[in-house]
Ligand binder design. Structure first.
Ligand code: ANZ
Length: 804
């Protein structure tokens, strides 16, 4: 049995003393292997972190052994709410708390033997770092992609701050903050807004360039939610105004029985006639109390009121009544829709409830509302044709009247970028007495304070620090912004920061020649592994900033993350998601102590496919520990010169190691680490049947492969074999001719039906294989007197014959 504590500490020290994992820049092949950097919480590392981190470590080590320069960094996404709340509760500084947590995280990562280059370590709360976060913000501002707007924000009283849509979840039908589960309401406020919507099309199109899981692409696509449709302009009767409605179903224009405005629509008060004023005002009052979700849920009862005015149908010239209803959202499209009860579910419910006219415009035997395609009826110029043609005809007619235009709508909203918090990046701006905005060239440093309580008024906690808020320049007083940036700011460019980080802790200018050279060298991130929970938040924001910097010609390529893998969840032994409240959280420190980091690494990779959820099982971990002992004993057995005998040439052993190298190479490409480990086990079982071998070179190859998974043990074994340490080794070369090919038994199909079996000798060529197959009695009778029009041999699998 080997002593993991001793061996692991020894090699960790060796790596540290020798700067073994410094990023090199000497080869012409480069690989950038990235983990989603952790938020350094008080709880420390989670076994779920270790899963992804082990996977990227394996690939990084593999690339280095194959002669790549590898950038494999780690850092800390250290601004954010938990540290702030902890500080509020305890009266401590978030900075101190954060530093302590980071030290603990770093210690834990080092104890796992991950091959990070700690010289590249970054921390989003470091002023050297957030100077550049502010710099990118200033660039966005200069490009009119950042502005202050009065927006209907998600106000969370419990947290005293505004939240992004992405930070809100639904619980029991109401909207609550993801952190803390406090209720969230709509409220208009002046906020910084980043215009991510201007990049909607680029963000969609860029998804075609990346190797991402289909479900993540779909999530982003839906989040952006592009709808191609039409704006129709309706002339209001007895008024010079018109109403714009957005529709994806212009073909149904002849089925319109009302125009519905959202209660917040700016024309409502103008168009409401005296008779209806009271009831309309009351309706508007009521709808303010509802959340967007309550308003739009399909199953919810639809309500609305007629406001007394009419528009004229552009083609039939008939009067169409104008209503308001709160299932129409003011923030989508033009805040108004054309009601087509026969072909839309919500419209149908609404029309039934209020007894509005229902005109079918598509011929169908199915019950209403009918949502499909079909021949149009009751549609004058569009009668007899299907949806697409009907759309075209109606569009042409409306265009002549200048009453329609093609338009796209997006579900994506602009990114509300102000947070009424303390622990974040301050805005690099000053305001004068007229609230005119001035960019601050230098770093705007977050001031230290013990008073980080939210004001509750919508001002951020920084408003408590008057000396910081007010700045005298010459004779004039300017003031700072009391808000800070959201946590997503620092993580939107951190993968660039690693490239730009200098050994002295500063960052190379993003916009300098040197900066560009480095970015050109390393981008894109070749492999990015992390949790699926970042599908639409971090991964969309980072892509937005990246694309913007690309447009500014600062970045050389359009997309930051070429290949993305989402690791599966590691569940508790009970199959439930690990959580403090369930008491099923596993502490890596204890496991490292008891079983060793190598066991933990191998175990996590052996649990199952990387991308799937897996339950924790301590017996398997202990089994892996025993297996590593077996490896240790097996390898050290051959360190003894007694067991090496040059006359003992063993072709089977050579074949097996080459078979192993081949399998490992293939499965590394597919990130099937669990399969690789089982192949290593098979090899060790085979090795244990041998008493003598002729050279240790084969053993050495095995140990190098093992080093991806169990680096400490592998270093120890290499040194016992009198070999150089891993970073001076090369990945074992696969020698195809060393593989002894065995006879394979394959099935023979004739016209897709299995008709026989053939044992194939490796010495046969394809022609011979087909001759032998066709000569078999069971096959011959099916092809007799027929012409073979196609023959296929899938190596080792199947022979297929097709006759005419
Ligand atoms: C007429 C119509 C007929 C529609 C029909 C649908 C089916 P997506 O695909 O999600 O973009 N709509 C337009 N503006 C709206 C708003 N502010 N709030 C709620 N609904 C709104 O949905 C587009 C459709 O949603 C539009 O097409 C409109 O109803 C409705 F048989 O117009 B449709």
């Amino acid at each position: 049995m080997y002593n993991h504590n001793e061996i692991e500490k020894k090699w960790q020290k060796y790596w540290e003393d020798n700067n073994t994992f410094r990023t090199t820049n000497v080869h012409n092949k480069k690989a950038y292997i990235l983990d989603m950097f952790p938020y350094p919480s008080g709880a420390g590392l989670h076994v779920g972190h270790l899963e992804g981190y082990t996977a990227t470590d394996i690939i990084s080590r593999f690339k280095r052994l194959n002669g790549y320069d590898v950038l494999h960094p780690i850092g800390w996404d250290a601004f954010g709410l938990p540290a702030e709340q902890y500080a509020l509760k305890t009266g401590n500084q978030p900075a101190e708390f954060t530093k302590k947590n980071i030290d603990n995280f770093r210690r834990q990562l080092k104890s796992m033997g991950f091959s990070y280059d700690y010289e590249k370590e970054i921390n989003t709360t470091d002023p050297n770092y957030y100077y550049w976060t502010q710099w990118i913000f200033k660039e966005l501002y200069k490009s009119n992609l950042a502005s202050i707007e009065s927006v209907d924000v998600n106000w969370c009283e419990g947290l005293g701050t505004v939240l992004a849509n992405e930070e809100i979840i639904e619980k029991d039908g109401i909207r609550v903050s993801e952190r803390g589960n406090y209720p969230v309401v709509k409220k208009p406020m002046n906020q910084w807004v980043l215009k991510i919507t201007k990049y909607a099309d680029e963000l969609l199109e860029g998804l075609n360039e990346v190797e991402w899981p289909a479900n993540i692409k779909a999530l982003q696509t839906n989040w952006i939610g592009k709808s191609e449709g039409y704006n129709v302009f309706w002339k209001i009767k007895n008024s010079i105004n018109s109403i714009t409605t957005f529709t994806t179903r212009l073909d149904t224009l002849y089925g319109v029985s009302a125009i519905i405005l959202s209660p917040e629509h700016p024309l409502v008060s103008k168009l409401t006639t005296q008779t209806f004023r009271k009831i309309v005002d009351k309706y508007i009052e009521n709808s303010k109390l509802k959340t967007e979700l309550e308003r739009t849920q399909l199953i919810k009862d639809k309500t609305g009121v007629f406001i007394g005015s009419y528009v004229t149908h552009p083609l039939t010239k008939k009067d169409i009544p104008i209503w308001i209803a709160d299932y129409v959202l003011n923030s989508y499209g033009s805040g108004a829709l054309m009601l087509v009860p026969a072909h839309d579910k919500r419209d149908y419910d609404f029309a039934i409830k209020y007894n509005l006219k229902i005109t079918s415009v598509i011929d169908s035997s199915e019950p209403l509302p009918y949502l499909g395609d079909g021949k149009h009826i009751n549609s004058d110029i569009a009668n007899g044709v299907k949806n697409d043609t009907a759309t075209e005809k109606i569009y042409n007619a409306l265009t002549k009247l200048r009453q329609a235009r093609k338009t796209n709508n997006y579900k994506l909203r602009d990114w509300i970028f102000s947070r009424q918090r303390y622990w974040g990046e301050p805005f690099p701006v000053l305001y004068d007495e007229n609230n005119k905005i001035y960019l601050v060239k230098e770093l705007v440093k977050l001031p230290e304070t013990n008073n980080i309580r939210p004001s509750g008024t919508g001002e951020g906690p920084l408003a408590n620090i008057e000396s910081w808020m007010n700045v005298k320049v010459g004779k004039k007083i300017y003031h700072h912004d009391s808000n800070v940036m959201p946590q997503w700011a620092g993580s939107s460019w951190y993968y660039l920061a690693y490239i730009l980080k200098n050994p002295d802790g500063t960052y190379c200018d993003l916009n300098s020649e040197e900066g560009k050279k480095r970015l050109e060298e390393w981008l894109p991130v070749d492999l990015y592994i992390g949790g699926q929970e970042h599908a639409v938040l971090h991964l969309l924001y980072a892509r937005f900033w990246h694309r913007f910097l690309y447009d500014k010609q600062i970045l050389p390529i359009k997309e930051p993350f070429k290949k993305l893998i989402n690791q599966g969840l590691i569940l508790g032994t009970d199959g439930q998601k690990m959580s403090k409240s369930l008491g099923n959280v596993i502490n890596p420190d204890e496991l490292v102590e008891q079983y060793g980091a190598d066991s933990l690494r191998v175990y996590e990779m052996f649990m199952g496919p990387l991308t799937e959820s897996k339950s924790w099982n301590i017996d398997s971990l202990s089994g892996i520990r025993k297996w590593l002992d077996k490896v240790y004993n097996q390898v050290t057995y051959f360190v003894d010169p007694k067991n090496i005998d040059i006359s003992h040439k063993n072709k089977e052993l050579e074949s097996n190691i080459n078979e192993l190298i081949k399998d490992v190479n293939e499965n590394l490409e597919l990130y099937k680490f669990n399969i690789i480990i089982s192949k290593l086990m098979v090899f060790i079982n085979y090795l244990s049947t041998l008493t003598k071998i002729n050279s240790i070179s084969i053993i050495k190859k095995f140990v190098i492969i093992l080093s991806l998974f169990a680096p400490h043990l592998s270093e120890e074994l290499l040194s016992k074999l009198n070999e150089k340490p891993i970073h001076l080794q090369e990945w074992p070369f696969f020698e195809k001719n060393k593989i002894i090919r065995k006879n394979a038994i394959v099935g023979i199909q004739v016209n897709g039906k299995l008709r026989g079996q053939l044992e194939i000798s490796p010495s046969w060529n394809e022609e011979e294989i087909f001759l032998q197959a066709m000569a078999l009695e069971s096959v011959a009778k099916w092809i007799e007197g027929k012409n073979i029009v196609n023959k296929i041999y899938k190596e080792g699998k199947i022979i297929s014959l097709i006759t005419d």
